[in-house]
Design a protein around this ligand. Structure first.
Ligand SMILES: Nc1ncnc2c1ncn2[C@@H]1O[C@H](COP(=O)(O)OP(=O)(O)OP(=O)(O)O)[C@@H](O)[C@H]1O
Length: 237
């Protein structure tokens, strides 16, 4: 058996973390219906690190919004951990998003008036796992991203790289099945970007499932698989 066949064999019994079936999304612009994503099929298996690349306007963020249940498709299915998200009510969807997906954005999206620790704990105000001491967990995560000495700092007192580390810790607070990162190093210099990618790489080694949008071809070396989006279709599926 070749290695691809062995890999397929190993994955056969696993439920994909993400399964997109014939997904499409269009936007109304004036009188026109503009198709953005056209018939996308995609599976991401547990533990995979997938990079999404493609020219500006090709639909990468739109795709990410569908996967992250921040927006609904016009047709097709989004299954997360085997669940068809279209069958979920808005509160159920919000819970799935809060518990199963950790988001990391280019602009960090931290709350300015909260401290490091409070920012990391923030998602648990809406959704939390029963029996978890969230304060302790937040401390562990802040330590893991190397900011133990800055637990009580505000975002404005931190560098961009430090803020992104906090955003990564925040994304992990509910121990999600999936980390979605949209240009996580886009606002950072290359050395700081490398440090952030090292954290993603460590998370991947520990078995985390990661989907990351990037414009930077150098970052694809961290991924198991690179998907190229062009004109709303996956070119290399
Ligand atoms: N809410 C919206 N209404 C109308 N058009 C939209 C909307 N959101 C995105 N678009 C359009 O959809 C297309 C794809 O946008 P998207 O942000 O997904 O691309 P992208 O590949 O992430 O681009 P970039 O790399 O520049 O961030 C663009 O032409 C954009 O103008």
């Amino acid at each position: 058996m070749d290695s691809k066949a062995a890999h397929d064999e190993k994955d056969r019994d696993k439920t994909p973390v993400i399964e997109l079936v014939n997904l499409c999304k269009s936007y109304h612009v004036g009188d026109m219906n503009v198709p953005i994503l056209k018939s996308i099929d995609l599976k991401v298996m547990p533990g995979e690190f997938v990079a999404i690349m493609g020219p500006s306007g090709s639909g990468k963020s739109t795709l990410m919004n569908m996967i992250g249940c921040l927006d609904r498709p016009n047709c097709g299915q989004v299954l997360l951990m085997g669940k068809d998200v279209d069958t979920l009510s808005d509160p159920e969807l919000a819970k799935l998003r809060g518990m199963e997906i950790g988001f990391v954005f280019q602009n960090f999206n931290l709350v300015p008036r909260l401290t490091t620790l409070q920012n990391v704990e923030l998602p648990t105000y809406a959704n939390k796992k029963i029996g978890v001491d969230t304060r302790e967990k937040a401390k562990e995560l802040v330590e893991m991203v190397g900011l133990k000495e800055r637990m009580n700092y505000k975002p404005s007192e931190m560098s961009g790289g430090q803020q992104q580390r906090i955003a990564i810790a925040r994304a992990l607070i509910n121990d999600p099945s999936l980390i979605l990162a949209d240009e996580p190093t886009g606002n950072l210099d290359s050395k700081t970007g490398d440090e952030i990618m090292k954290i993603f790489s460590d998370l991947h080694e520990k078995g985390r499932t990661i989907v990351m949008i990037t414009h930077d071809p150098d970052l694809t070396e961290y991924a198991d698989r690179v998907i190229y989006l062009k004109d709303g279709i996956i070119e290399n599926n």
